[in-house]
Write a protein that binds this ligand. Structure first.
Ligand code: PXP
Length: 238
């Protein structure tokens, strides 16, 4: 069964708009767990404009579900992850000023860099995942980095889903089959929502985890956080 990890960056974005502690990010993490989420994801960016490094430190001991920290492995990020020791780190090649992650790794060009960083995380008992496009060549090379998992970058799937869902998912199935064959675990995320999630989960073999933030937190404005988490969980029960 596919696990739901809730990305709570948007809660921090609202909090930071006023500089106080409302809404409380730690409470949101604890509540997501209470409402059934099987993981919590945070994506601290170098300027800490959403989740802060301190948020990541505070959340780890407050939850018992899987904690996933994602981000670009620059020095401060690596230090934070080694200090907090989440269950999983997801490496993302996002530029500091990117609004959101907008590309997967080129696992050929970055093979030796990724291998070095991944080795350090794995030596510290942290599972590693790398954000990657649904590109078979990049996935076949990902195995050389030593990553435990890949996270499929689903923006193109989400964008194309309303036009033609079979065409939208085609490359993701090929990518997942390659990953399964190579023994890489499969996560996925970006722009997944209540419309497109079920079809993705039903058609991607071996999908272990999805991390969802923007749509889920937006839905929670209308439906409430508890309801929303449960509605997403229901889409994953296949
Ligand atoms: N995975 C990665 C690597 C991300 O950067 C993000 C967005 O921060 C997500 C998943 C979740 O995407 P969304 O917020 O669109 O659900």
């Amino acid at each position: 069964m596919t696990k739901l990890s809730v990305n709570i960056n948007k809660i921090a974005t609202i909090r930071n708009a006023r500089g106080g502690d409302l809404p409380n990010v730690l409470k949101a993490a604890i509540d997501c767990e209470r409402f059934g989420a099987e993981g919590i994801t945070v994506h601290p960016r170098p300027d800490e404009r959403h989740i802060t490094y301190q948020d990541a430190r505070d959340i780890k001991p407050a939850i018992s579900v899987e904690f996933n920290i994602e981000g670009n492995p620059v020095k401060n990020f690596i230090d934070l992850v080694l200090e907090v020791k989440p269950h999983q780190v997801t490496l993302v090649p996002d530029a500091p000023d990117a609004i959101t992650s907008n590309a997967g790794w080129d696992t050929i060009k970055n093979e030796s860099f990724l291998k070095e960083v991944i080795t350090e995380f794995k030596n510290n008992g942290i599972r590693t995942s790398i954000f990657i496009d649904a590109n078979e060549k990049m996935i076949r090379n990902a195995v050389k980095t030593g990553a435990d998992r890949i996270e499929l970058y689903t923006e193109s799937y989400a964008k194309d889903y309303p036009k033609n869902k079979e065409a939208a998912i085609k490359d993701f199935i090929i990518a997942a089959n390659a990953a399964n064959e190579l023994g890489l675990g499969i996560n996925a995320g970006h722009d997944l929502d209540l419309n497109n999630l079920k079809y993705f989960a039903q058609n991607i073999p071996g999908l272990l985890e999805v991390s969802i933030g923007h749509a889920l937190i937006s839905d929670a404005l209308y439906l409430g956080l508890e309801n929303t988490v449960q509605m997403y969980l229901r889409e994953l029960k296949i």
